[in-house]
Ligand binder design. Sequence first.
Ligand code: 6PG
Length: 466
Amino acid sequence: MADADIGLIGLGTMGAMLALNLAEKGHKVAVFNRTQSVTEEFISNAGDLAKTLVACDSYGSLATAIRKPRAVVLMVPAGKPVDAVSEDLAGYFEAGDMIVDAGNANFRDTNRRAADAGDIKFMGIGVSGGAEGARHGPSIMAGGSKAAWERMKPILTDIAARYEGQPCATYMGPEGAGHFVKAVHNGIEYADMQIIAEAYGLMRDGLGLTASEIGDIFTEWNNGELASYLVEISGKVSKAVDPETGAAMLDIIEDTAGQKGTGRWTAIEAQHLAAPVTVIEAAVAARNMSAAKDLRGKGEILFGPGPEALTLKTELIEGALIAGKIICYTQGFEMLRRASAEFDWDLPMPAIAEVWRAGCIIRSDMLNDMALSLSDEPDRLLMYAPHFSELLKTHVPALRWVVGAAIGAGHPMPALSAALGYFDTMRTERGTANMIQGQRDFFGEHGFERTDRDGSDYHGPWTADR
Ligand code: 6PG
């Protein structure tokens, strides 16, 4: 009987949690997983919610179970599986039915899928918040046609996180706009995590603090300007004890970070847009370097270990993180602004900050102030907004001090130093690219502009020197 409100394909952790969230909000969900035993186990563990779930053992039975026009959420791995499932579904779906890809797709794939979908609608939605978010309220960044959004809006706002009662589910724009915003979210996530890791490294290798002491410091910072999910969990991760050995869990976690690719996509797209997201790029590179454990071992044998002990007040490290974070978000929002213009999307800048205030991995108190600043002037560089420029005036001296001291003592600071480099560049009207232009003209006659005249194709007097 076709009485399910929606379908969901892919009962991995995220899919299963999203299905339970939908069911809990009273939406009857037809679920399907390629391996049938996974579906059965999911239903048998669903408790009272099982009566709001319909187990399906094929695409055909799934299509039959969903009320028309159908909508089905895909929670399958990004890439080829999304195309494969969409093709299979097309055999059972009809005009007006809709596929909603809720995975971490590359927005270019979503653009293509939306264009190729024909009579069957295709939406790409970015969903953030991990398993806990999917189960109790994620942050949702929706992309696709406005009509598709209007149709899905009641369900998506129902299951989303709430910030002071306001649902964190927002329409970002056409085609892959939702997945693009999610990728930038993840790029910022990488950067935020990396600057926290750099602060941790300074406290561990520079100040000689134990994991548990560091945990207390993160927990304290979480009561101040840095209040955020990532700082909160960094405190918890630092304080956790391995039940098997009794050692600090953090001390026995291997120092090689994984990645599924979204942070890298952000860095790649930033290059296409000529958007300087140096903190995100540094964070992606830092993950790549972390994976090169063997090479790092060889480097240590060759050059000797890097980080030396140093004396630094932890308040300064907190200040450095505050400044680094503002600079990193400034870059992320600027990238979004450029993408909006380039792709003609009209991304809702303040609403993006709002949708990130709850449910997602980068949620933080600061995002509310970012939303307010972006409402005032969506096109202004975030760090020039009065609230954030004041914070930077207060905390950049700490960032400068910490980066300087850390680098002097051999501590790697790729992301925090990138943040400082960006700040110093963006507060210097007369920079150094005149030298680049002089060099380009010298070897390639590329021409330059002069400070004292109009026009753009001047050349230097270097013919005789070549
Ligand atoms: C989220 C996260 C999530 C992401 C993981 C792992 O917003 O819930 O961004 O979507 O998949 O954080 O990402 P990496 O494996 O790339 O670190």
